[in-house]
Design a protein around this ligand. Structure first.
Ligand code: PEP
Ligand code: MG
Length: 900
């Protein structure tokens, strides 16, 4: 006998567990226990712990000692509480078995209902006067679920037997089948199971129960659960709980119902109960999208209250109690049996980005949570979704006027998308390689998640707002429409038929997941209203105010500053409107590519001597100066880090004989001379080549010109009354010597030009840390730098030895195979690249205690990486302007977590 408690009871007004025990009991089990403690009506039962599941996983499917005896004890208690016997035949106790992991994985694992029924019990119940249609329907549901989940019989085989029975009786709905038809279905199901599994469906209820428990434990490790965990970063070491619970029936007649509700609208965040229900149905019918449910509180007409007055009032009250208790929006499942309400589940509700922001802001106003909690609840992804694209209303109106509106479904996931039709998840994944895809299906199932992930948007012809497609798409932040019943999706023939037209796989469609409209052809998505309000291109809205409120709280909570990578005055202005506190990286080469400059740049590159280079450089100087003045003006009062030229020179030369010949004509030299020079600049490994400060060392007049342009621009702004905080940044240094030489030369330019201009303003000189060597000798490097900015793009490239340009040839497979957990160019590799960053911070600050530290690689806008940069004590992150709001929030969340 073991002392470990593997089974915890709940129901009947008490519970052994509580909401605090999610790791041990799983989310569902912990919340069932908590609801019992709150006196909320919950069908009683017990939870097998995740520890039992982990033991099962680690011991080839055997149970820990004592588990069976503990289940027996709890079953005995449950029988006593309910006054019914499991396996009894007159008024039996029937049980459900459901999975419940510590982190919700909707629909990923298995459920079996109506355990305890068998032929004998069915006959006895009928003899005692129960409605044979109800009893037989319950038994055939058990056969279906048990056959599928425990005995491995494909679900569709049951469906086809049921379909044939519906046809024979000429009815549309399973619930309309006669008792005799159900009797035949049962016989056919039993035969199917025995034929497929090689053994009959177990008639012994105890064997059924343990079969169900085993199946749930095993489902923790099935393919779709593993895929879901991989996509959502859920560790596989958590295990699932198993909840064994007395059955209540939503399908025992017209005073029964089942439904799903949110305590606030999960799409908009609007306060008030929001949900759907089905009369005379079981919960699976709602979640699987088999029948389209009705709104509990419709905008017009009667809702649930008209049919189930007291139960609806009680549901409203329970939802109020739950919100007050959890101080968080809840997603609940309920059943009404003979007019009485039972709560089957409560959990934190998934929500769209705009709902998350609105709920957080509303709850702070309502005094339920504080601003810190609000920041914990709004994810960087939520803000990203709010900045997601939308269709231009005029474009859409024109498309509708032209008869392109094909169907309208339920707006399940906001945002606009257009793409080519894919009719199954596998095709969606394949087709997505070549451009955006819309996954169009009758309904989705957990097997589809990889394909859903690959799609730009999802449309289903069946199901409701809480169907699988809707819940999963919202979690992924994908535009999604469900229940678009006018679409006839015929996967077998590869067609979607609607309004007398036929669409084939590969044809273009557009969807507006905020309104539920499906449109023919491709419409171009456009930026969001929040984005427009932020940039001043559109009016402020309620959503943009709430968005701003969250960012204001974030600004109060974060330690790191957030700058933007911006190369033009326009980008700088936009970045500032997103809250950027300066520019962390201005890539000067981007200015070189503009039409009026590139000929001069090419003349400068092709010059045979330094003297020849002077003329084109002199022409470039005022142009660059003008750029910098514009940027300094846009960022007045804030720091602007200007990076000197970085890419290898060959990148600026035209490609192809024709273009080279044109350039030769322009420059008045022979085509062969141009070709020769271009050839001499060509490099085998340009990313490791003659670029960055190596150009500065070998062709110093380029950096001289750029430094002069920066200083003259700063002086001009100063004279105009501006507040300039210019920083000159040297790229790709690997040694202290490189930096020392370049710094000396730049400092001399600053001094000379300021003397000529008669203006003095402080200009810092710093370096990027992009070469592993520089990180390792950071202490020496820091002696010549006023600041470090980590160029984690190059640092990742050089640390892994992965080419930034060609990594696509194998990196996806590395991630797929699990060789790397994620793309290190998107999210910082903490163990490797991160150690170099950490070492460089420490080395740099050994040399200069207050050395200013930042990051300007792509990782500067990625939330996990931002948390890492917080942990090493960087002063700021710098990212693309559109990610600035996301970085502001992520930096605040990282700071709060660090303090906690
Ligand atoms: C970097 O390497 O991280 C960086 C910001 O520079 P670039 O991407 O221009 O090489
Ligand atoms: Mg770089």
């Amino acid at each position: 006998m073991t002392d470990t408690q593997y089974v915890y009871s709940f129901g009947g007004g008490t519970a052994q567990g509580s909401a605090e025990q999610k790791q041990l009991l799983g989310g569902k089990g912990a919340n069932l226990a908590e609801m019992s403690r709150l006196g909320i009506p919950v069908p009683p039962g017990f939870t097998l712990t995740t520890e039992a599941c982990l033991y099962f996983q680690d011991h080839d499917g055997s149970y820990p000692a004592g588990l069976e005896a503990q289940v027996d004890d709890h079953l005995a208690r449950l029988q006593e509480l309910q006054g019914r016997r499991f396996g009894g035949d007159a008024d039996p106790l029937l049980l459900s078995v459901r999975s419940g992991a510590p982190i919700s994985m909707p629909g990923m694992m298995d459920t079996v209902l109506n355990l305890g029924l068998n032929r004998q019990v069915v006959a006895a119940l009928e003899a005692a006067g129960s409605d044979p249609r109800f009893v037989r329907d319950a038994y055939r549901r058990l056969l279906t679920m048990y056959g599928d989940v425990v005995m491995g019989v494909p679900h569709r085989e049951f469906e086809s037997i049921l379909g044939a029975a519906r046809q024979r009786e000429a009815v549309e709905d399973d619930s309309a089948l006669s008792a005799s038809a159900l009797g035949e279905v049962i016989a056919a199901f039993e035969e199917l199971i025995e034929g497929h599994a090689g053994r009959p469906f177990p008639q012994d209820p105890r064997e059924q129960l343990w079969g169900g428990i085993r199946a749930v434990f095993e489902s923790w490790d099935n393919q779709r659960a593993r895929d879901y965990r991989r996509l959502n970063g859920i560790p596989s070491t958590m295990g699932t709980g198993v909840n064994v619970q007395a059955m209540v029936f939503g399908n025992r007649g017209d005073d029964c119902a089942t439904g799903v509700a949110f305590t606030r609208n999960p799409a908009s965040g609007e306060p008030g109960l929001y949900g759907e229900f089905l009369v005379n149905a079981q919960g699976e019918d709602v979640v699987a999208g088999i029948r389209t449910p009705r709104p509990i509180r419709p905008a017009e007409g009667d809702g649930m209250a008209a049919l189930f007055g007291p139960a609806t009032a009680q549901l409203e009250e329970v939802c109020g109690v739950l919100e007050e208790h959890y101080r968080e929006m809840q997603d609940v499942e309920f059943t009404i049996e003979d007019g009485r309400l039972y709560m089957l589940q409560t959990r934190t509700g998934k929500r769209t980005g705009s709902a998350a922001v609105r709920i957080a802001v509303d709850m702070v106003r309502e005094g339920r949570i504080d601003a810190t909690t609000a920041l914990e609840r709004v994810e960087p992804d939520h803000l990203e979704q709010m900045l997601a694209p939308d269709f231009d209303p005029a474009d859409k109106a024109a498309a509708v006027a032209a008869g392109r509106l094909l169907a309208k479904g339920l707006p399940a996931g906001p945002g606009a998308a257009s793409g080519r039709i894919a009719l199954n998840a596998e095709r969606a994944s394949e087709m997505a390689v070549a451009g955006p895809v819309l996954l169009v299906r009758e309904e989705t199932s957990p097997e589809d998640i990889v394909g859903m992930h690959a799609s730009a948007g999802i449309v289903t012809s069946r199901g409701g707002m809480t169907s699988h497609a809707a819940v999963v798409a919202r979690g992924m932040g994908k535009p999604c429409i469900v229940g678009a019943g006018d679409l006839h999706v015929d996967e077998a023939s590869g067609e979607v038929r609607v309004a007398g037209q036929t669409w084939r796989e590969g044809d273009a469609l557009s969807i507006d997941g905020s309104t539920g409209e499906v449109l023919a052809g491709a419409l171009a998505p456009q930026e969001s209203e929040v984005l427009a309000a932020l940039t001043g291109e559109g009016p402020p809205t309620a959503a943009s105010h709430a968005f701003q409120q969250v960012l204001d709280w974030a600004d109060g909570a974060r330690r790191m500053r957030v700058r933007a990578n911006a190369d033009t005055p326009e980008d700088a202005r936009r970045a500032r409107s997103f809250g950027a506190q300066g520019i962390g990286l201005c890539r000067t080469e981007h200015m070189f590519f503009e039409e009026d400059r590139i000929p001069r740049v090419r003349r400068m590159i092709l010059a045979a001597t330094a003297a020849e280079r002077q003329a084109p450089l002199a022409e470039l100087l005022p142009v660059q100066q003008g750029d910098f003045e514009g940027i300094f003006e846009a960022m007045d009062g804030l720091p602007v880090t200007v990076r000197l030229l970085d890419p290898p020179l060959h990148e600026f030369l035209p490609h192809g004989d024709k273009a080279l010949a044109e350039l030769a004509a322009e420059m008045g030299i022979s085509a062969s001379e141009v070709a020769e020079k271009a050839e001499s600049l060509r490099e085998l490994n340009p990313m490791l080549g003659h670029r960055g400060c190596r150009l500065g060392v070998t062709a110093p007049e380029i950096y001289d010109m750029q430094a002069e342009a920066i200083v003259r621009a700063a002086c001009a702004r100063r004279r105009a009354g501006g507040d300039v905080r210019a920083e000159i940044m040297i790229p790709l240094a690997g040694t202290a010597e490189e930096l020392q030489r370049l710094r000396q030369r730049i400092a001399a330019t600053i001094e000379r030009v300021q003397a000529e201009e008669g203006v003095s303003t402080e200009i810092l000189i710093g370096t990027m840390i992009e070469v592993p060597r520089a990180a390792l000798v950071a202490e020496e490097v820091a002696a010549h730098a006023d600041f470090f900015s980590f160029g984690t793009n190059d640092l990742t490239q050089m640390t892994f030895g992965f080419s930034r340009d060609d990594v696509g040839s194998f990196l996806p497979e590395y991630i797929e195979q699990g060789v790397l957990p994620y793309d290190p160019f998107a999210r910082i590799d903490e163990a490797g690249v991160g150690s170099l960053v950490r070492a460089a911070c420490e080395g740099g600050r050994r040399a200069k205690e207050h050395l200013h530290l930042g990051v300007c690689g792509e990782h500067g806008g990625e939330p996990h990486s931002i948390a890492f940069f917080e942990s090493v004590g960087l002063d700021y992150v710098s990212c693309s302007p559109y990610r600035v709001p996301i970085a502001r929030l992520a930096a605040a969340r990282a700071a709060l977590r660090r303090e906690a």
